[in-house]
Unconditional design. Structure first.
Length: 444
């Protein structure tokens, strides 16, 4: 087992990893930027090292700085959290070359899953349903027109190295395709230094449903059910829940069986999320793999009782899934997470600043994952996540009731937050009925 782990992240996820390490009796090293000197992850880790100035490009994203900190402190492994270096194959490679275990999939798998059309091809090959689309990267306007005519408009042009909706264009007809293709390629090139795009049939008003997996280094894969993440705005998820109100027992079992085969076939290891779109007829189509722990992992933890971060660490240490989850996966009850962001309630722009007063709710069925504290500062350099409020209940209705009660008792003073928006969503008849899709918030 590892003796010491460095956490290459900040905020609530750095604290979350520290919790898992403490539970396992593993020592921890925090790294921090000059803006995060007074952060809780620095306070609660066994050791802490400043790795650079406030801007993440010169601290949390600086591979040599992180590796130097790992070497100085003599850690066995690095947990990357989410964002930052978590899906950077070069970082995973440098860890390997430095003899430090990267807690995540291999550099090869991380690279393959990061190229969405490669992931799409691999998952199709391995038996997952995908949307009709191009075989690979689009080589010419003629090819784009040909593929689109065959699958039928509207189509979606997507960036190969994409994410967050950048380099993506909905195309309604052949007339506008050449222009929109060029725009997508241009935007992808600027954002990801990779102008490659591919084409898929466009699904209007889909649900976003993702399956959580754990895979060990001995060829075993477990599927821990799904999360519904359809409540989002500008590709930022706001509310996630497990299970999805739209997934039947039969669809869950069928998808899990296909996923186990597919991920074993590609050699996936560690924790991962497989994203699907659900169309209006209830069909699931694979779209992407996220090769990391995700922000919304707690809802899965609450309905399965399985500690996913502990799972990641034990898998990286070479343990078998049969030791990590000896009783297998059983889902029970319902969990819903609200992402509480520091943002202006009307403009939805970030609202960094000092938290002058804070009350974190508790009580039965409530979990709060946060690195916030009174007098703590939400810096303008990072994302605007202040806290994740997660409610568990025996039923979806009970989870909603507990979430409403906890939101009422959640107080953050000194900055604007999205608490009021969450209260509004939780009152909406469509939300209460589980009638969700990715356009829900734009209709509200
Ligand atoms: C799609 C789609 C419709 N049809 N693919 C958005 C970001 C990337 N992760 C995938 N995305 C989408 N892919 C096809 N073929 C609609 C979206 C999409 C979306 C997906 C999940 C959650 C929120 C979304 C918001 C807008 C568009």
């Amino acid at each position: 087992m590892f003796n010491k782990i460095l956490i290459a992240n900040r905020g609530e996820i750095a604290l979350r990893v520290i919790c898992a390490c403490k539970d396992l009796g593993i020592k921890t090293v925090a790294v921090y930027s000059e803006a995060d000197r007074n952060s809780l992850h620095v306070r609660f880790a066994d050791e802490a090292i400043c790795i650079g100035p406030a801007k993440s490009a010169r601290s949390y994203l600086d591979i040599p700085a992180v590796i130097s900190a790992a070497e100085i402190t003599n850690v066995d492994a690095i947990h990357p959290g989410y964002g930052f270096l978590s899906e950077n194959p070069n970082f995973a490679e440098v860890c390997k070359e430095s003899g430090i275990k990267f807690i995540g999939p291999t550099p090869e798998l991380t690279r393959q899953m990061g190229l969405k059309q490669e992931a799409r091809a691999a998952m199709k090959q391995a038996g997952l349903p995908i949307l009709p689309g191009s075989e690979g990267v689009i080589a010419s306007t003629e090819e784009a027109l040909e593929v689109s005519a065959k699958i039928g408009y509207p189509v979606l042009v997507k960036a190969s190295a994409g994410g967050g909706g950048r380099g993506m264009r909905v195309v309604e007809s052949a007339e506008v395709l050449p222009d929109l293709l060029a725009q997508a390629q241009q935007e992808a090139g600027a954002a990801f230094s990779n102008a490659d795009v591919y084409i898929e049939k466009y699904v209007d008003k889909p649900r976003h449903i993702e399956f959580q997996v754990l895979a060990d280094e001995h060829g075993n894969v477990e599927v821990l059910g799904e999360r519904e993440c359809s409540i989002q705005r500008r590709h930022q998820k706001l509310i996630e829940e497990a299970p999805s109100p739209a997934v039947t027992e039969a669809l869950r079992a069928d998808t899990a069986a296909k996923l186990k085969k597919a991920l074993a076939k590609v050699g996936y290891t560690n924790a991962g999320t497989v994203e699907f779109l659900m169309d209006e007829n209830g069909n699931l189509y694979f779209i992407e793999v996220n090769a990391r722990i995700q922000v919304e992992h707690p809802v899965t933890e609450l309905v399965t009782g399985i500690d996913l971060v502990r799972g990641q660490i034990l898998i990286a240490a070479g343990h078998k899934l049969s030791e990590i989850i000896p009783h297998g996966v059983e889902m029970r009850g319902h969990a819903i997470e609200c992402r509480i962001n520091a943002e202006h309630p009307e403009k939805f722009t970030p609202s960094p600043g000092r938290i002058t007063g804070l009350n974190l709710p508790g009580g039965i069925g409530i979990r709060v994952d946060t690195a916030a504290y009174t007098d703590g500062v939400i810096p303008p350099y990072s994302d605007s996540l202040v806290a994740k409020l997660i409610a568990y209940g025996g039923t979806r209705g009970e989870a909603i009731a507990r979430l409403r009660r906890a939101l009422e008792m959640f107080v953050v003073e000194g900055i604007y937050t999205s608490i009021a928006l969450h209260q509004k969503i939780l009152q909406h008849p469509d939300f209460v009925a589980g009638r969700l899709d990715t356009h829900f918030l734009s209709r509200m």
